[in-house]
Design a protein around this ligand. Sequence first.
Ligand SMILES: O=C(O)C[C@H]1C=CC(=O)O1
Length: 101
Amino acid sequence: MLFLARMDVRFPESMDAQTKADYQAQEKSYSADLQRRGVLKGIWRVVGEYANYSIYDVDGHDELHAIFQGFPMFPYMKVQVTPLAQHPNATADEFFAPPST
Ligand SMILES: O=C(O)C[C@H]1C=CC(=O)O1
């Protein structure tokens, strides 16, 4: 199942630069592992914002929630999720398998 997520990150004003950098490094490593495993299919920065849009391929809601909770920066993220279904007009679709005949 595919899901589109928008993640907005908001660190507390009081957080020091080194702590932020540590969180970002841990986040990068966690994100890279998800991408290597094919769970995180793509991630894009929202221009001008500390936010991203990302696409996840998981078995269901519980797995997706567990993945989000695993993000080191989860306590500082607001996540909005949109379930995705196959569009009948899609011509080239790298995310969905072709319909079986
Ligand atoms: O920098 C971000 O957008 C936050 C974070 C969430 C996933 C990820 O890889 O980075």
